[in-house]
Ligand binder design. Sequence first.
Ligand code: GLU
Length: 518
Amino acid sequence: MSLDMSLDMLIGVFMGVLFALISLVLRPFMVNPPYSLSVLVLPMSQQNHQAKIVTRFAPSPTGFLHIGGARTALFSYYFARRHGGNFLLRIEDTDKARSSEDATKAILDGMDWLGLKHDGEVVYQSKNAHKHRAAAEDLIKTGHAYLCYLTPEEQAAERELSRTEGRAFRSKWRDGGDPPKHTPFVVRFKVPDGETVVDDLVQGRVTWTNNDFDDLILLRADASPVYMLAVVVDDHNMGITHVVRGDDHLVNAGRQKLIYQALGWDVPAFAHVPVIFGPDGKKLSKRHGALGIDAYADMGYLPAGLRNYLARLGWSHADMEVFGDDEITALFELSDINKAPARLDVDKMAFINGKHIKKTDVATLLSYGRKFFEAKNGGPLNEAQMARLVAALPHIASRANTLIELADKAYFVTQERPISITGKAKKPLKPETESRLRDLLFVLKEVKQEQWTDGNILARLNQYIAAQDIGFGKIGAPLRACLTGGAASPDLSLVLELLGRDEALGRIEDCLNTCFKD
Ligand code: GLU
């Protein structure tokens, strides 16, 4: 063994012992042990020794909960659920001029409808201003922040100068000096020299030169905290381990990391999710469907369908498209989020929603669909209508992509007698069909209430057709006109069963009484 090698080994052993000792001494003071990236790839069983994952959604209440925000929140939510962690909600209402209670309510309602359940109480950022100020004071004490007395004119001049010199904003007060009397001041962060690196879980490694970061304001002249400070202090106090948010905040991660470090706090992991584009690859606008979650509820989406579509937008697992919550929770990883912006595809959204309508139980369809069924009916459904609807839903749910379509498809059962048969729907009711319909009514009356099933009715219809020696077409279209007013509907024998004996026979009688008069 060479002298060099044994020296290397000695140094190695010494460093190992030193590191173990330091860890032992510091352990009791470490509330949140530094988060290791490896936790993201370890199965849950091996992560028990790691800090519990805590994520958050931190919307500013300046408008409704739009689908972009909802998708980011879903990513945060599923990631926390996947790892047995917590998903918290913080309303960032520090900008009083732009925040409103209505917007807060719209966000809470939107999350509620979408089934995005957060853990714990809602945190309101405005209530934490004293904690933000205390952190700013700490930063002043430790020399990481300073009082800046620049007048608005001086500030504008420095801004212009820094721009022409191609560097970030620096104040002449960063190195102290005699403060002028009676001059208002702001508290600025003293950006250190060097580089800042963030290993973003979606974007990969991002490196900034600190000289590109302005000495940003932490407290305004009225001592109110700015977003950049508030978000760091709140995320730290809430124990957030993973900040999942839109990639418009990516550069803020660099600035915020500097503040975390200056405060001596652990830096959370960051995952900056690409924005959603319209189908044309342009920024999402209302025209494309950048609407509030409530608008999708009004368009007849099921929360489960929207959750599936939004989670799948920019995240994928093999080529699976239809996911239940349990499946997403079991499979979701931030590392599977695509770095490229996703494009909103409204047809796909409807298709996925249709898959969920198909597998949703009748009670849930009735609860989310009630307003659409009632709108179609022009008011609440009576008991008989409701009974027909309940019987019909399992047979028609596979035919609708939205609850509006479902209400349209269900209208033939909920309509009340006499149903309207007009325009094109009347066409099959030619004079020569009247006697056939009368015969058929007689034949169907022979089927007793307890035998009124799809199979028995079909057998009876077939007997009639065979006896008359006619094709089904001769009787099918007029009968459907009488029963449904011409609406697209399942097989006639099933329609007859779903309507129920009295209603079905009554509709045929109504038609015979009125449709052949002129
Ligand atoms: N309140 C910020 C926003 O709505 C989000 C801040 C964050 O997630 O760090 O854009």
